[in-house]
Write a protein that binds this ligand. Structure first.
Ligand SMILES: [Zn+2]
Length: 251
């Protein structure tokens, strides 16, 4: 089946978790270049509009129905995200007759439009949905966007960001970064690997405080403990957060 923008339903195996801004848990979206495009979008919103604190992405059809998402919502294909949803409501979920407020100031709305313009029409904003269904938290791939369009866009913004190109093949993959994070040993960490440290931290926290662990702080600690060099701090941080969350879920 396909969702409203023409992309096919995504399975759990074809989505990937992205972690941007202050959102320690991250959100899942369609993998590959779609995920890279959404990372760009969220980073731009975080820097230019407001701090990104909570992102929601992919939903199965069943879960979409359960949470009252639109039938055929692009969340089902992993090509939509909701940003800071508590602040930017979906009009349909508001009490009838309530005037709609986006939760963004006029200046912020302009800044969002600047970001969307920079993306060259790749994304559509839910605030532009028809009256009655406006959804200011929501951003999705525009209808008719192809994978080739997404790939071209990602190529363009990646080049802008990194300047004269490191060959794509030389960039560390997420897996390589994660392996480096887990493999690193450090005297201050009593020569345990990071994975074991996380497990122990989680066990202690669960015993002491019903499992409340600050994944963001944990990730920052890992990032600090890593040697400077091969990876940027942001890369380490992002992977550490994802990995920390996985470990905590398994524990
Ligand atoms: Zn949405």
């Amino acid at each position: 089946m396909v969702t409203m923008n023409g992309w096919s339903d995504a399975r759990e195996s074809s989505v990937t978790r992205i972690v941007v801004g202050d959102d320690a848990n991250g959100a899942t979206v369609r993998d590959g270049d779609v995920a890279r495009a959404f990372v760009w979008l969220l980073e731009q919103l975080h820097e230019r509009v407001e701090k990104v604190a909570v992102v929601n992405g992919w939903r199965s059809r069943a879960f979409n129905t359960q949470v009252g998402g639109a039938a055929g919502s692009n969340h089902i294909s992993g090509t939509a995200v909701d940003v800071n949803g508590a602040r930017h409501p979906f009009e349909l979920h508001q009490p009838r007759g309530t005037p709609y407020v986006s939760g963004f100031s006029a200046a912020q709305e302009r800044a969002v439009r600047d970001v969307l313009r920079d993306a060259g029409g790749l994304f559509v904003w839910g605030l532009d949905f028809p009256r009655g269904r406006r959804d200011a938290m929501h951003f999705e791939l525009a209808r008719g966007t192809t994978l080739a369009d997404v790939r071209a866009f990602v190529g363009r913004v990646t080049e802008q960001k990194s300047g004269p190109v490191p060959e794509e093949d030389d960039m560390p993959t997420v897996d390589e970064i994660a392996r480096a994070v887990w493999g690193y040993k450090n005297r201050e960490l009593e020569r345990v690997d990071t994975y074991a440290l996380l497990r122990r931290t989680n066990a202690n926290a669960q015993a002491a405080a019903k499992g409340v662990v600050d994944v963001k702080l944990l990730a920052e600690a890992i990032a600090r403990a890593l040697p400077a060099g091969a990876m940027t701090k942001a890369q380490v941080n992002r992977v550490a957060r994802v990995a920390a969350k996985d470990v905590l879920r398994q524990a």
